[in-house]
Design a protein around this ligand. Structure first.
Ligand code: EPZ
Length: 432
């Protein structure tokens, strides 16, 4: 059990490089199962979710070499004789559901343990199931397992009832080698959906329209090995943007695609912050107490739900009353209880949080209840007067590469402590 100790009120200043996108990585890695040839995936984030997935693939019989220094994974799945992934670790992460689409696409059969992940809502997979069934698969769920089987996958038109990132990607994975054309209508448009489509096309797939709400997938007979580099993590970049604003800092966030960050940039500008965009960086300067703002989370290109928790922390010290409407996940407010203990005044009614800005948060012991709640609490700790102690940091490690080390390199005072051991101050490490 580890915890983070943050001594707040230090401005973040400097440059930070973002890692590869977690939510692209966790789909691209299983996608490599679709070929018997070798795939080389670059710019992977060095996070627990990536390590867990590589272990799952290994247990299935794939050869997987992860070179952390190069952020590169080399995968050869020629010898996975099995369409099953029913290991305990599968349950540890939500994105293991991509194994279902990938195994179905490769073998016409798949069996996986029911996925786990952050507790932020009901997280149904009915749209994934609907898509697989439309392609001709039969599915059954029971005893903690999902089983899918198809004699032949045949392209079909699938209308998603909700815009789902996971269902869009999973249907692409299952459909790339299906007979005929599959059309996904009301598809998710997130940058990582486009990234996965680009990876599959690089393997020889024929996918058009990714990034729009209609994706067409013409089935191909064979996929090949390829070398591919993952896009930068839009949510990690947004987290640093908000952290810079929150500490009245001045941080240049590098290696990003500014277009992916427009919703966050627009909101920070509305709150009175300075945002400068370059070709591959954004620079955010905090200019004092933020102005109140209303935030509604929406699928891309709307304001991302994955930054709702961090921005709610920033709004907790805004001048005036702000309203957040969480339209994607119904239970993504568990961090609010924690920041209330730091002095925030927030009322939650169903999907709406009404935030009455206070002058300042004060440090307190808090618990990270999920990945982005953890990031939000780190930002709260950076802003707060005094010492904040965050437990359950395993959630943060699942999705952020060396978050506290990157923050320390910008001037934050953060210590990681094993509850069993004495703490050590982190030394400044260069951005990689
Ligand atoms: C992905 O989850 C991300 N996870 C989430 O990021 C992110 O919050 C979410 O997309 C939305 O952007 C990964 O990519 C691994 P969805 P996913 O299917 O695919 C409903 C993070 O912090 N729905 O787009 O599971 C669902 O209940 C994580 O990095 C159905 O009703 O999300 C939700 O309300 C957390 N039926 C909405 O759709 C379904 O079959 C969007 O979910 C599927 C989803």
């Amino acid at each position: 059990m580890e915890k983070l100790i943050i001594r707040g009120r230090k401005k973040l200043v400097g440059r930070v490089h973002v890692s590869g996108a977690k939510n692209a990585a966790v789909a691209v890695i299983p996608a490599a199962l679709l070929t018997e040839e070798t795939c080389v995936i670059d710019n992977l984030p060095y996070i627990d979710d990536v390590l867990v997935l590589s272990e799952i693939l290994r247990q299935m019989g794939a050869q997987v070499v992860f070179e952390p220094g190069k952020r590169r994974m080399i995968i050869n799945a020629a010898n996975i004789g099995d369409y099953r992934a029913e290991f305990d670790i599968v349950r540890r992460m939500r994105a293991s559901y991509y194994l279902l689409g990938a195994l179905l696409g490769r073998f016409g059969r798949a069996e996986i343990s029911f996925p786990g992940g952050c507790e932020i809502g009901a997280r149904p997979i009915d749209q994934h199931v609907k898509g697989f069934e439309a392609l001709g698969a039969r599915l059954s769920i029971g005893h903690g397992l999902i089983k899918a089987k198809a004699d032949k996958l045949i392209g079909s038109e699938i209308y998603l009832d909700v815009v789902s990132v996971g269902a869009t990607i999973n249907i692409m994975l299952a459909a790339v080698k299906a007979e005929g054309t599959t059309t996904i209508v009301n598809a998710a448009k997130e940058p990582h959906v486009v990234d996965v489509a680009n990876f599959l096309n690089c393997m020889g797939a024929n996918i058009k329209g990714a990034g729009t709400d209609t994706i067409k997938i013409k089935g191909v007979d064979k996929l090949y090995g390829c070398e591919y580099s993952i896009i930068p993590d839009q949510i990690e970049a947004g987290t640093f943007m908000i952290a810079s604003a929150a500490t009245q800092g001045d941080v240049r966030i590098e290696g990003v695609i500014p277009k992916h960050l427009e919703a966050v940039s627009a909101k920070l500008l509305e709150m009175g912050m300075e945002v400068e965009e370059g070709d591959d960086y954004v620079r955010v300067r905090g200019t004092g107490r933020p102005r109140k703002a209303n935030v509604k989370t929406l699928p891309y290109p709307g304001f991302p739900t994955d930054l709702q928790q961090p921005i709610s922390v920033l709004l907790s010290v805004a001048e005036g009353t702000s309203i957040i409407t969480e339209n994607v996940w119904e239970a993504r407010y568990r961090h609010i209880e924690e920041i209330r203990r730091m002095g925030a005044i927030i009322k939650v009614e169903d999907r709406v949080a009404i935030i009455e800005g206070v002058d300042c948060l004060t440090g307190a012991p808090v618990v990270a209840t999920d990945l982005r709640a953890g990031a939000a609490l780190v930002i709260a700790g950076l802003m707060a007067d005094g010492v904040t102690e965050i437990t359950n940091v395993k959630h943060i490690d699942r999705g952020y590469e060396r978050l506290e080390q990157k923050l320390v390199s910008l001037g934050a005072d953060i210590e990681r402590m094993d509850t069993e051991q004495r703490g050590t101050h982190l030394s400044v490490v260069g951005n990689q």
